[in-house]
Design a protein. Structure first.
Length: 175
């Protein structure tokens, strides 16, 4: 009875099935956020009174290992880039994450390094009562980035859009 569920074969996940289920659940705002995660670096928003928008990733630029560049965005970055989505960004990201199109990571390494410096400083202190190091969890920021599957889904959607939009027709040229 459970042989099919627990079989020790090398069953492979049908990526096409995953892509189609994800596409069925995505709406325009999800695709816009996924496009930012895949194709843009976060801008700094308003800085010194001027707008610095997100910048496009050079598609030919690769990581040292040859993989695609993966940009990292905070929810705040996404709110700044898409102010019309303010308040709904967590929900949009949740849907992308549920389908495996985006993942989160934290800058814990930076926080741990600072904590380690603070511990060393306290240990080397000549004071009778050295300062107690503080693990600054408020400095932990959640960053979002697209997965390879997310990039594939976006490529598929953009290709479908291009194929569906034939561009200007001869009928509209007045000839």
């Amino acid at each position: 009875m459970s042989d099919g569920i627990l079989a020790d074969d090398d069953a492979r996940i049908d990526e096409t099935h995953l892509i189609l289920r994800a596409i069925d659940d995505l709406e325009t705002p999800h695709i816009a956020v996924l496009d930012l995660l895949v194709n843009y670096y976060p801008g700094s928003g308003y800085f010194d009174g001027r707008w610095e928008p997100p910048t496009r990733v050079d598609p030919d630029r690769r990581t040292p290992s040859g993989g695609p560049i993966r940009t990292r965005w905070t929810e705040h970055d996404l709110d700044v880039a898409r102010p019309g989505f303010h308040g709904s960004v967590p929900s949009l990201l949740g849907t992308l994450q549920r389908h495996g199109l985006a993942v989160t990571e934290q800058d814990i390494k930076k926080v741990l390094e600072q904590y380690q410096k603070d511990v060393r400083k306290a240990a080397n202190s000549k004071s009778a009562r050295p300062p107690q190091p503080e693990f600054k969890t408020r400095d932990l920021k959640m960053h979002w980035k697209a997965t390879d599957l997310g990039s594939h889904v976006l490529d598929y959607l953009l290709k479908e859009q291009t194929d569906a939009d034939p561009g200007p027709s001869a009928a509209g040229t007045g000839r």
